[in-house]
Design a protein around this ligand. Structure first.
Ligand code: PEP
Length: 245
């Protein structure tokens, strides 16, 4: 049985005071969720978020990390630093990082391996552009991202994958439940080819892309979808409706 996991990617939203306010709002609302619940605030909000959620059902995740422990990498934060403050999850290879910060599949792979070695749960993102979908290349793109991003992993069952078609992120345009399930199936199949069927059956695969309280139920009912990575709604009180799909 794969435990559903719903993660909120706050992106570059909420300063430290707003982070505190939002957590105070959300914590009681998500307390009875049966899904695993994750908040991913900005780096500056992480420590406060960990403190505030200590005795709760919510885990805290970062939105990125570097694969080196420390050194001359101006502006970066290492996995070790995340672990030191009690962070449990880390989003890796979000399409915005790939698009605006030139994050490559190779970096995604290094970060994923490093996160796992530190006991962090990586939420590894993949997904195609609109052009790739319209020209029939969506599957090839997702498979290639997984082959490169998830190679040489010791225990892939600890990885969470987020399938997020880029055309559905922040656009209000959700993939249909069948499109989303099919693509999450591509992910499961390639993981099966790489690491065996048992491992593939244990990996949790989220769908992300304009998930909201109105569409989460039908998405979560699909056989290959084990959760959601949520952007826009994750900083609203209605995120609590998503975690209780
Ligand atoms: C995301 O950025 O991961 C995301 C899915 O955003 P949204 O829910 O706003 O589409």
């Amino acid at each position: 049985m794969r435990k559903p996991i719903i993660a909120g990617n706050w992106k570059m939203n909420k300063d430290i005071n707003e982070t505190e306010t939002l957590i105070n709002t959300l914590l009681p609302l998500v307390a009875d969720a049966t899904a695993e619940v994750v908040f991913c605030p900005t780096y500056l909000g992480l420590q406060k978020a960990v403190e505030m959620t200590k005795n709760s059902n919510v885990g805290i995740g970062a939105q990125n990390m570097h694969f080196e422990k420390n050194g001359a990498f101006t502006g970066e934060i290492s996995g070790e630093m995340l672990v030191a403050i009690g962070v449990k999850y880390v989003i890796i290879g979000h399409s915005e990082r790939r698009q605006y910060f030139n994050e490559t599949d190779e970096a995604v792979n290094k970060k994923t391996i490093k996160a796992l070695s530190l006991g962090l749960i990586p939420i590894v993102c993949c997904g195609e552009t609109l052009e790739e979908r319209e020209t029939g290349q969506a599957e090839a793109k997702v498979v290639a991202q997984m082959e490169a991003g998830l190679k040489n992993i010791d225990d892939v069952s600890k990885v969470v994958v987020a399938y997020e078609p880029i055309w559905a992120i922040g656009t209000g345009k959700t993939a249909s439940k069948d499109q989303a399930d099919e693509a999450c199936g591509w992910v499961r199949t390639i993981i099966g080819k790489m690491y065996g069927e048992d491992a593939a059956n244990n990996v949790r695969i989220q769908y992300g892309g304009s998930v909201n309280p109105g569409n989460v139920k039908e998405l979560m009912a699909m056989k290959n979808i084990d959760g959601a990575l949520v952007g826009g709604v994750s900083i609203k009180a209605s995120f609590s409706e998503i975690v209780k799909f």
